[in-house]
Each structure stands twice: as C-alpha cells, then as structure tokens.
Design a protein around this ligand. Structure first.
Ligand code: AMP
Ligand code: MG
Length: 472
C-alpha cells in the first residue's frame, strides 16, 4: 500500500500522532475487493494487512482535531476520539482518499470514551456506506472489517471491532470552526490553503478562490441532502463535526432508511427533540453551512457570506425535483413537486413502504392498476392520483424505455433495520453469511437478485421499531 501523508505536513496544531492499538485476537472478517482494487491496495499483502490492523505501526498516522456544533450547541474541541488516519492513497483516477481506522483505541481526543467501536456499529456503518454507494450517493466507504475477542462495554458487553474506511477527505465543517473559535488564524489560513490545493485546485485561478470554494461546498451539501431525501435516508447526527467539506455522507451512527412513509420520523432515539428528523434535514444542512460561514468571517464580508448561502436552497430544491422526476419517470422537474404533494399525503395516511411503493410504481402499467390499488385502503384516492400521474408521464415517449430508466432509479432493496439486526446477530455468533448476502443485494440494489427475494420484503412485526441510539 503506497501511503502518502499530506495532511500530516500541516503540523501539530492540526493533529496528534497516534498509533492503532490492536484488539485482542483480531480477525479479518470482511473485505471490499472492488474498492481495494480501485485504490491500488493489495489485501493479500502481509505488510498491508498488518498496517491496517495496527500490528505494524505507520509513521505519521494521526488523529485529527476539530470542533463542532452538536445538537445545536458548540463544543470547541472534539477530534478523532477513536479514529486514526493512516495516510492517503491515490485511486485509479489519481484522486486522493483517506485511509481511516475507526475503533483504534484511545487518542488525546477521547474525552470520557474508550476509543473503541463495537461489531454492531461497525457492521451498520459497513452496510450503510456500501448501500449508499450502490445507490450512487457520495459516501465514505468500508474497506475492511476486523472482529476480535475483546469485549467492549456499552449497555451490555459487546464484541470489539475495527472498521477500515475510506473517504475523499475527513476534513469536516468542524475543522474550520475549531481554528476560528480558538483564534488560530494563521492555522485557519493554512487549512484553507490546504483544502484549496488538495481538493479545490480547479478553483484556484478564480477571482475569489475562497468564495468559489465555499459556493462549491454549499452546492455539494445541498445536492447530497437532496439525494438523502430522495431515498428516505436519515443521518441521525447531523452535527457539524459529521459534515464533510466534500459533500460526502460520513460518520454513520444511528442512521435509518425510511420504511413506512413518515416524513417527521426521528431515527435516533437519543434525539429527544427531533432536531434531526427526516423533514428537518434540508433546514439543518443550511444551519450547518451557516456555522461554517461564520469561520470565514475574516475572509468574506457578511453580505458575501449571505450571498454564498443563498446558493443552497435553489440548488437543493432543483436537484431534489430532478431526482424525484427521474424516480417518477417524468421529464419536467417542476411537475414533480405538484405530483409529490398529494402522493406523500396518501403515502403518509396509508403508511406505505417508501421503497416498495416507488418500485411497484416503476413496474406498473397505465392499464394495469390492480396490484398498486391493492396496496391501499383508499383506492379512489390512489386511482385519481394515478390518472393525474399518467396524464403527465404519458407524453409520447416510448414507455418501455421510460420503464427501464425508472427501474434504475428506484431500488428494489433498502437497508431495513431488521435486516441489519439479523446480520449483526449472526455475525456476533460467528456466522458472516447473512452479512455477505445482505451486502450483495445492497451493493447493486436496482438489480432483481431473485435468489434473495426475502431481503426485499417489509419488516415483520418484531422488526418494526428497533431502537438505535448514539452510543456505539
Ligand atoms: P459521533 O457523534 O459518533 O460522530 O462522535 C462525536 C465525537 O465523540 C467524536 O469526536 C468521536 O471521535 C467521539 N467518540 C465517539 N465514540 C467514542 C468512543 N467510544 N471513544 C472515544 N471517543 C468517541
Ligand atoms: Mg463523528
């Protein structure tokens, strides 16, 4: 593995040198071969495996320092409390990716924490990030998973694990907030220059490169959240320390994918006020960007920062409408909004499964409405909506072609909580086959996978309200 150490050149104000502290009897249980190939990492190489698991230490591996707004309140110093950045690698297209180990042991930023991650949360992160990738949504990725014989204590003793993950960057909004809040303005400038050089080099010849970078961050964030809303994804902990400057989904914790339609749903049982409820995510994205802008108060005027933020809402709305228009198979994005309002109110009333309903709609024919109507109690309301829908969709295009496209934008499979729960229970008792089968469908969720039909079903009663909270 050809590791680079670009971030490490920033100096000691930006991180603490940290080594992975391996767990007892670690065992590699899952690897992501296509990702390893793309990153030019040979997972059969003994030294590479030892570096990833911490048996062999890497010079310049480090834990980052950052701050963050957590549930609305500012914490001036956070940082990687259980994470180690081993270094960076180049992929086949010469793009840089971080190699980051989660659950690596205590760091100077651990505060009260034990620095560990449990198998349960590591599997949840593995599944979610690979599913998001399968859906085409920017995300950190899972490269490898190690289990161990070391108990880690949460509400109960659990199996300790290490997750090797990659992301284009682990620089968060909270990095900029940290240097601004501590009045470390020279370092803030260094971080801005580093970000521009490393990730926004295409903007450097711009008249105002910093402003251009901020506009790009705003638009990437807006597009990301539009994508989340279009697949029913809820992050659960949208704190500014969990927001990447490159608009990738990072730091999967108590996330959820919507099953029965409910747009006010709160997946994180520790989020008592519902701050990060599904329907609040677009507004929180803007709130977080506002925090980021504050850290640039010395660089841009108040009016300029407001102007940058004004890119957010139209970008999110436009992108969301385009995504939903594609899901509905209609051409005019503006009409998606008009169609969705009555549809969502119907889906809410009927508690329709978000993923299965759109999939069924994709397969549906204008003249064969029975299977769809059988899904609801209020058949008339759905029949009326379908008439309205087809009056827009049927615009002279070849409908067989439209159907094929629509099936590529509405997944058959969704990461249901109970499926993750089953895969985790099996893995905890040493059986990784259910995890592998689930991963297989999540990696290509638009394909039929007839051999795994049961994984496309709604949750049984016992699996409907499984609680997920922050501590993992
Ligand atoms: P999160 O909400 O998971 O993004 O975590 C918020 C902060 O708490 C981050 O700085 C994490 O590194 C830190 N943290 C979370 N879990 C642990 C743990 N078990 N040990 C030490 N630090 C942790
Ligand atoms: Mg975090």
């Amino acid at each position: 593995m050809q590791l680079h150490h670009n971030y490490a050149t920033l100096g000691y104000e930006f991180f603490a040198h940290t080594q992975i502290q391996p767990l007892l009897k670690q065992r590699l249980v899952q690897v992501n071969q296509p990702l390893a190939d793309d990153l030019n990492i040979d997972l059969t190489d003994d030294l590479t495996l030892k570096q990833l698991s911490g048996e062999v230490s890497v010079d310049d591996s480090l834990s980052m320092v950052y701050a963050g707004h957590q549930f609305g309140g500012f914490t001036p110093r956070l940082g990687d409390g259980r994470g180690v950045l081993l270094g960076e690698v180049y992929d086949q297209q010469q793009r840089l990716h971080d190699i980051h180990i989660k659950g690596a042991g205590q760091t100077p930023f651990s505060r009260q924490g034990d620095g560990r991650a449990v198998l349960r949360s590591s599997i949840r992160e593995y599944l979610a990030s690979e599913y998001m990738h399968g859906l085409g949504i920017p995300t950190s990725r899972a490269l490898a998973l190690y289990t161990s014989e070391q108990a880690v204590y949460r509400e109960r003793p659990e199996t300790g694990a290490l997750l090797v993950r990659t992301a284009r960057t682990h620089i968060r909004f909270g990095h900029f907030e940290y240097f601004f809040a501590h009045k470390k303005f020279a370092e803030l400038q260094q971080l801005i220059d580093y970000s521009l050089d490393t990730y926004f080099a295409h903007l450097k010849s711009h008249e105002q490169p910093i402003k251009a970078m901020l506009i790009e961050i705003v638009e990437r964030t807006a597009r990301l959240i539009a994508q989340w809303q279009s697949v029913g994804f809820q992050h659960g902990v949208m704190n500014t320390d969990n927001f990447s400057i490159l608009g990738e989904t990072i730091d999967y914790g108590p996330y959820g994918f919507m099953e029965d339609f409910n747009d006010t749903w709160v997946c994180n049982h520790s989020d008592y006020e519902g701050r990060y409820a599904f329907h609040r995510q677009p507004g929180i994205g803007l709130w977080n960007l506002n925090c980021l802008m504050h850290a640039f108060s010395n660089h841009l005027s108040r009016d300029e920062l407001i102007e940058v933020l004004k890119h957010y809402e139209p970008c999110l709305q436009q992108h969301y409408n385009e995504l939903m228009a594609a899901k509905l198979g209609i051409q005019d994005a503006a009409q998606a909004e008009a169609l969705l309002e009555p549809l969502y109110s119907l889906m809410r009333r009927e508690k329709l499964d978000f993923t299965l309903f759109f999939r069924l709609l994709s397969k549906h024919d204008e003249n064969k409405q029975e299977t769809l109507l059988d899904e609801v109690v209020d058949r008339k309301a759905l029949a009326d909506w379908l008439n309205y829908y087809w009056s827009i969709r049927n615009d002279g295009r070849d409908q067989a072609t439209v159907k094929t496209q629509v099936l590529r934008t509405n997944p058959k499979f969704v990461l249901r909580n109970y499926l993750a729960h089953q895969a985790i229970e099996s893995a905890e008792s040493g059986n990784y086959i259910p995890l592998k089968e689930l991963l297989n469908v999540l990696e290509s969720p638009f394909d039929e996978h007839p051999e795994s039909e049961s994984l496309a079903q709604r949750a049984p009663d016992w699996g409907r309200d499984l609680a997920v909270s922050c501590s993992s």
